[in-house]
Ligand binder design. Structure first.
Ligand SMILES: Cc1cc2nc3c(=O)[nH]c(=O)nc-3n(C[C@H](O)[C@H](O)[C@H](O)COP(=O)(O)OP(=O)(O)OC[C@H]3O[C@@H](n4cnc5c(N)ncnc54)[C@H](O)[C@@H]3O)c2cc1C
Ligand SMILES: NC(=O)c1ccc[n+]([C@@H]2O[C@H](COP(=O)([O-])OP(=O)(O)OC[C@H]3O[C@@H](n4cnc5c(N)ncnc54)[C@H](OP(=O)(O)O)[C@@H]3O)[C@@H](O)[C@H]2O)c1
Length: 271
């Protein structure tokens, strides 16, 4: 597990008011899970609002050459900080300054939040499948930090596919979610299914998610059938994975939200 830099709460400060569409926030802590995968917390502008599953935009770089990129919120909607998970892409315009980011630095955050990977995009259901590759885990942390989700579903199934076991960010915390005080009265149970694809034997499931879904192994591991009546599915991360899963689920008659008519599946592609 990576090193954690955590300053005292005394460093927490609200952003100054401004008429812009963004605020300057302070980096409170940074955690490196691997040399190229990190999560970080920032202060939160007190009127910043989002729905779990949303993303906002972050900017880094020189004042006259800022690079803006969308990032999903991993923190709970009620937390007084914002949290993000990010991969460092070699040569990436945002990744370069992100790799230099230190606790106490300033990062620019859009005042608005966006996106359709939210529970309200889905028709009511019993089982919620949260399928992620890599940093696509982020929005699901926010969703799983929402007590309403634990009340409204019976079974939450989180599937996180990564190349190496070290990239299973928050692995221990996720496994302990159901024990959390906030979820003590919860109706739902959580099945956490990590998938490591490039390290034989690291996890029971070791193939890409679309294949595991197509051949029934994902349903067997979750102990739950994926069906149109009771299952709702979210997919986040690699666009190729999203495309394959959309095809697979469409064949099972799953649809996305259309003209405000809630569907059975929702997608967020990261590139
Ligand atoms: C709605 C939305 C939400 C996003 N949320 C997150 C998030 O929470 N965390 C995060 O790390 N990224 C997220 N991204 C991607 C992020 O915005 C940047 O693309 C990423 O940080 C790399 O930026 P860059 O400028 O260094 O490289 P870019 O020029 O933006 O990307 C270069 C290449 O890197 C690869 N790449 C980009 N992002 C990722 C990724 N997340 N995982 C694996 N490969 C990637 C792709 O091959 C891409 O073509 C999100 C993207 C979108 C559209
Ligand atoms: N992860 C690393 O070791 C590493 C190290 C340095 C830099 N990077 C950079 O980070 C980016 C990749 O990040 P990442 O590893 O988080 O994302 P990723 O390549 O999308 O891989 C994450 C998970 O998604 C799976 N996956 C990939 N394509 C898929 C598809 N079409 N359908 C279903 N599943 C699929 C991968 O399986 P497979 O293993 O089968 O592909 C892996 O389990 C690249 O830009 C790379 O340059 C990564």
């Amino acid at each position: 597990m990576g090193a954690i830099e955590e300053p005292g709460l005394s460093t927490f400060r609200n952003s100054a008011h401004n008429a812009e569409k963004w605020t300057n926030e302070r980096v409170l802590s940074i955690r490196y899970w691997t040399p190229t995968l990190l999560s970080f917390r920032t202060t939160r502008y007190r009127s910043f609002r989002f729905t779990p599953g949303h993303y906002t935009r972050l900017a880094l770089g020189a004042e006259n050459d800022l690079v803006w990129r969308p990032f999903s919120l991993a923190s709970g909607a009620y937390d007084d900080f914002l949290e993000f998970i990010a991969v460092l892409v070699p040569g990436g315009a945002f990744s370069e300054p992100l790799g230099q980011l230190r606790t106490g630095d300033t990062i620019r955050v859009d005042k608005a939040s966006y996106g359709f990977l939210t529970i309200d995009q889905l028709a009511p259901g019993k089982d919620l499948w949260l399928l992620a590759s890599g940093t696509g885990l982020g929005p699901y942390l926010s969703i799983l930090r929402d007590p309403a989700v634990w009340q409204n579903y019976e079974h939450l199934i989180l599937v996180h596919s990564v190349r190496h076991a070290s990239e299973l960010a928050w692995r221990d915390d996720i496994a302990k979610f159901p024990e959390g005080e906030m979820f003590a009265e919860a109706k739902a149970t959580l099945s956490y299914l990590p998938v490591v694809t490039r390290e034989a034997g690291a996890t029971a499931l070791a193939e890409r998610i679309p294949l595991l879904l197509a051949d029934g192994r994902l349903e067997a591991a979750a102990g739950t059938a994926l069906d149109l009546e009771s299952s709702r599915v979210m997919v986040c991360g690699n666009p190729e994975m999203a495309r394959e899963l959309r095809q697979l689920l469409s064949r099972r008659r799953f649809t996305t939200n259309r003209r405000s008519l809630p569907g059975q599946m929702a997608f967020e592609k990261y590139w």
